[in-house]
Ligand binder design. Structure first.
Ligand code: AOF
Ligand code: ZN
Length: 363
């Protein structure tokens, strides 16, 4: 029974995807006499928490009921007052929790408030599933740096475009839709200047069933080569564009970009390029909890080599194009010894129609 109601709380949590960053996805269900009498989820950053929404939505008195919540109720005054106190005041009898809050401000303190007030608390129900969809929140709240997903799409023979540069399209429509879901989910999308020069992408979210949220667009451009008429400067979007550059950029170009209302981030040079680790710290300070890295191959290598990548999603299309000079997903200098290869773990394989998707985490 506990699992059944937690399943429902998880379903509710998912409704917040794309709107709660950098806050977690949280769902809550209130049950009395084996019937659901209230439901809620965290709908947007800064808004009421899932538990409070469930309490407010209840259609009957909640006294002596059981509350199911995917994340430990909070104990602190943040943008909203502590949920654990609201639960005590509403005389809930039992609280079933999925995952303990990794936020150092909470981390067990919410449970303590509940137990000190005589509420029975159970933890760890469907914990693995909840940890998995909370991976962005867990990384961000414990390190203050964004969770980085490196996404690539290649042919069966490992190419991301033909030798002449044709790339539309390697992956199928289902895979491309999946990428737009990812863009909706994360706070930011990142590409290298090569991708801007070759493809001139818009870097927005396009979905048919929901409007979708555009991620912040981040362009890694060590010498500030971005053309002033690039599409990213001429789109209708609520999200901002950030150009990340270094002292190699001409100051006149920086002034021209500033007139276009873009944000400029300067990092020190590291091996003659943008310092990716330094950038991640800066993005974390700007409350960017997640970054989807969408290439090209030079940036992919820099990102992997600098150790900022947490997760890799690789789509493989059942197509073969050959070409010794056709680009591959990860370029750069490359690693010299197999012993030094970047190894992935917890591998999951799935299908997007005939495309194959491999997901894994950097060790
Ligand atoms: C949420 N939604 O449903 C729950 C959260 O600044 P605040 O007040 O919104 O607090 C954010 C913290 O509250 C968050 O980092 C997490 O630790 C805790 N629980 N947060 O945004 C929720 N239950
Ligand atoms: Zn709360």
């Amino acid at each position: 029974m506990d699992e059944k109601y937690m399943e429902r709380a998880i379903e509710l949590a998912q409704k917040g995807v794309g709107y709660t960053n950098p806050n977690p996805l949280v769902g809550a269900v209130i049950v009395k006499d084996n019937r659901i009498i209230g439901e809620g989820y965290h709908m947007s950053y800064g808004g009421p928490h899932a538990e409070v929404n469930a309490l407010n939505n209840a259609i009957e008195p909640v006294e002596d009921a059981t509350l199911y919540v995917t994340l430990e109720p909070c104990s602190h005054y943040g943008k909203t007052p502590p949920c654990a106190k609201a639960i005590v005041e509403h005389k809930i009898k039992r609280v079933v929790i999925g995952m303990i809050d990794p936020n150092p401000l909470v981390a067990g303190n919410g449970i303590k408030i509940l137990e000190d007030n005589g509420i029975e608390v159970i933890t760890g129900v469907l914990e693995n599933e909840i940890k998995s969809f909370s991976e962005i929140f867990i990384k961000y709240i414990t390190t203050k740096k964004p969770f980085c997903i490196l996404k690539t799409a290649m042919t069966l023979d490992g190419k991301i475009s033909t030798a002449s540069g044709d790339y539309k399209w390697i992956s199928n429509e289902a895979s491309r839709k999946y990428v737009h879901r990812l863009r909706h989910r994360v706070s930011a999308i990142m590409v290298g200047i090569g991708t801007i020069l070759n493809d001139d992408p818009r870097l927005t979210t396009r979905l048919d069933d929901i409007e979708g949220k555009d991620p912040v667009r981040i362009i890694i451009d060590t010498s500030c080569r971005i053309p002033l008429d690039s599409k990213v400067f001429n789109i209708n979007s609520n999200a901002k564009t950030i150009i990340v550059t270094t002292k190699k950029a001409p100051s006149e170009k920086i002034s021209q970009l500033m007139e276009k209302n873009v944000e400029i981030i300067m990092t020190p040079l590291k091996e003659d390029k943008v310092d990716m680790e330094c950038l991640m710290e800066r993005l974390g300070q700007e409350k960017i909890d997640s970054v989807l890295i969408e290439g090209g191959s030079t940036l992919n290598y820099s990102a992997l080599k600098s150790g900022i990548v947490d997760k890799v999603i690789s789509v493989i299309a059942p197509k073969i194009i050959g070409g010794a000079n056709a680009k591959t997903p990860v370029g750069g200098e490359g690693i010299q010894l197999l012993n030094d290869a970047i190894q992935l773990k917890n591998i999951k394989v799935s299908h997007l129609e005939e495309d194959i998707m491999i997901e894994g985490y950097v060790k």
